[in-house]
Design a protein. Structure first.
Length: 509
């Protein structure tokens, strides 16, 4: 028998549970699905708080899920429970999570938009891997419009060039229109203006006219595809753009009661159904695609795959590559010196690999080092003087696919301390971090400083070199260069932290 896992998502409009089995031959079978409506988004996007009634309803739903899980031999403690945009934005999210823990035994993990993007990417690539469609070779947009946010990923030739969590959700739009006592026309104008304001940013990351594939997730798009599209496989549909537009025009004339009757949905789903379709249509209108690909999948499936050991092993390398690709896009956006950044990344990785046995860091830390090396000078876009301060600011206020807010903060701090004599461990903002984070910053900063000193001239002169370790020294043997005065001076200035952290004298020969 395979391994059974469960994921629960506390979303803006409902609470959903998925139980799946991963078999010995690495196939995944869906064993159970359940969903109940919950007004978390309506509460939060109106008053910023989750109401007592909604909390009690959430407790009832989760306790019912707990009974279902027991039938599958699963405990509440081992079940992954994710809180998405509505829980994330609630001002009383900590008391909410605490009461859920005490009253139901479930521990809620509140995730940010970038984590939602990551899980969505996992789910989509898994769903499409056996089909002719692919996110690995084409220019693609992956879009998921939920109650509290719109998650979007842009992929150019299979590489991630943009990942965004936009505060544009069906519940939020509905609240805005309700406050204006508006109608469908107001909803269209609201969505159109929002999307047009983001169009320039999206176009800067990828030419939207060149999009070859539009992948739309979500239950509302699945209904549209089932009604007007064609089945490609068991969990995949395709819908012609013209037929989708005609379907949206038709739904505009339906009442909520008619939507409930025709599409077999709840009243809470019917309230946001048209808004959801209009939002998808406006995003699709940014492109020239003729067909829309609609997978039947969700972040719950993505979480199940990420939890499985084989899923983690298979996806780790690909994720690292997509994260680094997203960092390169950010570097280009701010006109960074790509040759210097790539050289420092290369030297940093060689140093990391040489010290791997004594670093006490994993492959994820190596990826953070790559991102930090690529972005350490990005602040030059603002001003060369104190550019490390500007690098830190830009990174903290940017999004990179696959990196959480905490990980972006680590990268920002590594970039901040890549120059100067200051040791990160003595700085107040670093002292407040967990011990593991402090050590990661300290070690990666030490490596980055040495790597950066190898290209003080920004001409990448020292390309052919070897690295060797002795009892008390790490020696770089450079081939083909006699004049290394600038690099020797830079290394002398920047190797103190490395020598303090690792106990090796740095020698350039």
């Amino acid at each position: 028998m395979g391994r059974i896992q469960a994921v629960i998502e506390i979303g803006s409009t409902g609470i959903r549970m998925l139980v799946a089995e991963t078999t010995d031959d690495k196939k995944r079978n869906i064993l159970d699905r359940s969903e109940f409506p919950a007004n978390i988004g309506r509460d939060v996007f109106t008053s910023r708080y989750i109401s007592r009634d909604t909390l009690l309803n959430a407790q009832r739903i989760l306790n019912r899920f707990g009974e279902q899980l027991a039938a599958w031999g699963l405990t509440r403690e081992e079940t992954l429970v994710l809180g998405t945009s509505a829980v994330r934005e609630a001002l009383n999210r900590d008391p909410f999570v605490d009461r859920i823990k005490i009253k139901t035994g479930f521990t809620v993990r509140v995730i940010d938009g970038i984590e939602e993007n990551r899980l969505m990417y996992i789910a989509v690539t898994e769903c499409l891997k056996e089909e002719s469609f692919s996110v690995r070779q084409s220019n693609s947009i992956i879009l998921d419009v939920s109650g509290g946010a719109t998650e979007m990923m842009l992929m150019e030739n299979g590489s991630m060039v943009g990942a965004h969590s936009l505060r544009l959700g069906t519940v939020i739009i509905g609240q805005q229109i309700h406050s204006m006592t508006g109608d469908t026309g107001d909803a269209i104008r609201f969505v159109t203006e929002f999307i047009n304001n983001t169009r320039a940013t999206l176009n800067a990351e990828m030419n939207l006219d060149q999009v070859q594939q539009f992948i739309a997730l979500g239950k509302d798009m699945q209904i549209a595809a089932i009604m007007e599209g064609k089945s490609v496989s068991t969990f995949l549909w395709e819908i012609e753009r013209d037929r989708f537009d005609a379907f949206v025009d038709e739904v505009e004339h339906y009442s909520e009661e008619e939507c409930v009757a025709r599409f077999k949905m709840s009243y809470s789903e019917a309230k946001t159904f048209l808004i959801s379709l209009l939002t998808y249509r406006q995003f699709i209108s940014l492109t020239n695609v003729k067909k829309i690909v609609v997978p039947e999948t969700s972040i719950q499936e993505g979480a199940v795959i990420a939890l499985s050991e084989e899923g983690g092993q298979e996806l780790l390398k690909e994720f690292s590559e997509q994260i680094v690709a997203s960092a390169r896009t950010l570097l280009r956006k701010y006109k960074g010196d790509e040759d210097h950044a790539e050289y420092v990344r290369h030297v940093s990785c060689r140093l990391f690999d040489k010290l791997e046995s004594e670093l006490g860091l994993d492959a994820h830390a190596r990826m953070l080092l790559e991102v930090s090396a690529l972005l350490h000078d990005i602040g030059m876009f603002i001003r060369a003087e104190d550019h490390n301060l500007h690098s830190c600011y830009i990174i903290r206020h940017s999004e990179i696919f696959g990196l959480s807010a905490d990980e972006m903060n680590l990268v920002a701090l590594i970039a901040l301390y890549h120059k100067g004599k200051v040791s990160p461990q003595n700085e107040a903002e670093v002292k407040l971090l967990p011990r593991a984070s402090r050590l990661t910053i300290l070690k990666l900063c030490a490596i980055l400083r040495v790597a950066d000193s190898f290209d003080r001239s920004h001409r990448q002169r020292l390309r052919d070199f070897s690295i060797s370790l002795s009892k008390d020294s790490i020696t770089f043997r450079i081939k083909g260069h006699e004049h290394m005065g600038l690099e020797r001076l830079a290394l002398q200035e920047k190797s103190d932290l490395f020598e303090d952290v690792f106990g090796y004298n740095v020698v350039l020969v």
